[in-house]
Write a protein that binds this ligand. Structure first.
Ligand SMILES: [Zn+2]
Length: 66
């Protein structure tokens, strides 16, 4: 009996690098989009970041798809 207790969410997604579906580690990061420093605090957007556990390729996707 194996009880797995991961702190991260592991999901299966397709990876372009691997060319197949692989386990990915999912996290959420707040990223600043603006180039201008004075506006930076107004343009932080949450991104859903997935990292392939096989090859380490990272892809991010903006969560606010308004
Ligand atoms: Zn991969």
């Amino acid at each position: 009996m194996a009880t797995q207790n991961h702190n991260f969410q592991a999901i299966t997604e397709s990876c372009d690098q691997c060319g197949r579906e692989t386990p990915h580690e999912v996290s959420v990061q707040i990223r600043t989009e603006s180039q201008k420093r004075e506006n930076a605090e107004f343009s932080r957007e949450p991104y859903r970041v997935t990292e392939c556990e096989i090859c380490g390729a990272e892809s991010s996707q903006r969560m606010n798809n308004a």
